[in-house]
Design a protein around this ligand. Structure first.
Ligand SMILES: [Fe+2]
Length: 414
């Protein structure tokens, strides 16, 4: 793999404020100034963005179909969903795969939607042995709670200790909050205040039961809120007060949640969010706002804005190249699908790309790469997702379709 290379004639979308035509230089895993190594001409036909960040997923829980309330009904909080999940056919079928197998497929769910950084919301006791080996950055540096309520699943070492650890290490403290409308769910922000942890390290997922006063408190504390609209609407027919959250200056990000309730991936979630916002408020949620939510806002939420979230020099070379289908780079981003990814790199390392970028991985498919065909175009990919997909199908016992994997594994060479 090459440590140094340059992509020139690129339509560079460094951030929502900085768009230019020019070169992107990768130097020793970071975005650099030095012109060295091979040059690839993008012919001004591709937009180059920071790779995306998914602030909320459960990598053990990406399996289909979704599990939800009986038709015509919705839940009061997350607890009956958890009970329904455990007795569902989806869960029984999923259980034929080992945690490792599901985690790898979930990593590819993220990779194929331009994501290089994701939080796996699970206790590290469970995921510590798996995350470092995944093809994307599913980081271990976070404090967590399950829901910050008396009846939650008691993940981690308790809110105070987990939060203290997060502060000490400059990690995020991540918890579901107010995922429902019972009395306790509605008091989520109050509870965090009471135990003294409501601050700018908090990454609060869902927050559908927040009052206007709660929103003001979250904004004043500098907390981040993760919007998981598809999951919320599926379970509760309600999502957070997204317009009010944005107006009050809260750092809002977008998470997919697992496919047990959420969208199939981050691209699908972005499409869903935009349409929902239009339906709820009769106005457009700007593509630029959506872009910020899955790049710099997400990096800020994770306290990683010094190294991720924009294409500024010195940051990690996490780069997403999308086919330019429209003139406006942000509209182009907001309408992107899995077939539009031309190249995805993490710290300079190509994870997935069209064959014209093969020089970046040494010119041939080395041991750690395989090829797949997506949208009729052959591409290289890190690892062997087709092999893993085939292996999963064997264990499940039939040709299961997992919609977040954009290729047919039986047509790929083994
Ligand atoms: Fe969740």
């Amino acid at each position: 793999m090459l440590d140094n290379y340059t992509l020139h004639n690129a339509l560079v979308v460094s951030s929502s404020e900085k768009v230019y035509t020019g070169a992107i230089r990768v130097h020793n895993r970071r975005l650099g100034y030095t012109l060295s190594g091979p040059q690839i001409d993008l012919e001004k036909k591709s937009f180059v963005y920071p790779a995306l960040i998914n602030t909320h997923d459960h990598l053990r829980g990406n399996y289909l179909p979704r599990v939800g309330p009986a038709p015509g009904t919705f839940y009061l909080n997350w607890l009956p969903w958890d009970n329904d999940l455990k007795v569902s056919d989806t869960f029984a079928e999923r259980s034929r795969l080992s945690p490792d197998e599901i985690y790898y497929l979930s990593a590819y769910k993220n990779l194929f939607s331009g994501v290089t950084t994701v939080n796996d919301h699970f206790p590290q006791d469970f995921n510590r042995k798996i995350l470092p080996y995944l093809p994307i950055r599913a980081f271990l540096g976070y404090g967590l709670a399950h829901e910050s309520s008396s009846y939650d699943l008691k993940w981690g070492d308790g809110i105070e200790l987990e939060h203290e650890r997060a502060l000490k290490n400059e990690w995020p403290f991540i918890t579901h909050l107010s995922e429902g409308f019972d009395e306790e769910s509605m008091r989520g922000i109050h509870y965090l205040e009471q135990v003294g942890v409501l601050d700018d390290h908090c990454v609060l997922i869902h927050c559908i039961g927040l009052s206007d006063a709660d929103i003001k408190k979250a904004a004043a504390a500098g907390a981040s809120i993760v919007w998981c609209a598809a999951s919320n609407m599926f379970m509760f027919n309600v999502t957070c007060k997204i317009r009010k959250l944005l107006q009050s200056g809260v750092n809002v990000t977008i998470g997919t949640d697992s496919t047990h309730t959420g969208s199939i991936n981050l691209f699908a979630e972005i499409h869903y969010d935009r349409e929902l916002y239009r339906n709820l408020y009769g106005e457009e949620l700007p593509a630029k706002t959506l872009f910020n939510m899955v790049t710099i806002n997400a990096a800020r939420a994770f306290h990683m804005e010094d190294r991720l979230g924009t294409l500024d020099f010195g940051k990690m070379a996490d780069v997403l190249i999308l086919k330019a289908k429209t003139e406006d780079p942000f509209e182009n981003f907001a309408n992107a699908t899995m077939e539009d990814i031309e190249l995805l790199t993490m710290a300079g390392k190509p994870l997935y790309g069209e064959m014209r970028f093969m020089d970046l991985i040494g010119g041939t498919l080395q041991d750690s790469y395989t090829s797949i065909t997506v949208g009729g175009i052959p591409r290289f990919v890190i690892g062997d997702p087709a092999g893993r997909y085939r292996q999963a199908r064997q264990k499940i016992g039939f040709n299961k379709m997992l919609d977040f994997l954009p290729f047919e594994p039986e047509s790929e060479s083994s």
